[in-house]
Design a protein. Structure first.
Length: 133
């Protein structure tokens, strides 16, 4: 794998770890935000940095050109929020490590790139599959 792939994965992993940690540390606040009881515009973080990063990756040829950076950033945000809300309902559903790994691998910067396939190993897939009930 290239150095670029490693740096990108570290960047994505740090963001996912931060989101999971925030949801773990403040589950009630996360549920309020995810549940839509607070107007999103008052508390929502901007997706612009993620959109810009995806656009930069696309311009550099590291992201599938069929992926729109704005749509991908929003889709991942909604998916991650939904998965975290589901997990908080019963953390026994999936080990924290499996949650983080899945979200990292599904991030559009990795899943939508040719670099993403270089990082995946059959061992990890088997490890995670063995945890399914």
């Amino acid at each position: 794998a290239s150095a670029f792939a490693g740096d990108l994965e570290s960047e994505v992993r740090a963001l996912v770890e931060a989101a999971v940690s925030l949801a773990e540390e403040y589950p009630e606040a996360f549920r309020v935000l995810a549940g839509g009881t607070v107007p999103r515009s008052t508390v929502r973080l901007s997706l612009r940095p993620v959109e810009k990063r995806l656009a930069d990756l696309s311009s550099a040829g590291h992201l599938d050109p069929a992926i729109d950076p704005q749509v991908a950033a929003k889709a991942f945000d909604v998916m991650q929020e939904g998965v975290l809300a589901w997990w908080l309902e019963d953390p026994r559903r999936a080990p924290r490590e499996a949650l983080v790994e899945t979200l990292v691998h599904l991030h559009p910067a990795l899943a939508g790139s040719a670099l993403g396939s270089e990082r995946r190993t059959p061992k990890r897939k088997q490890d995670l599959a063995s945890r399914v009930e």
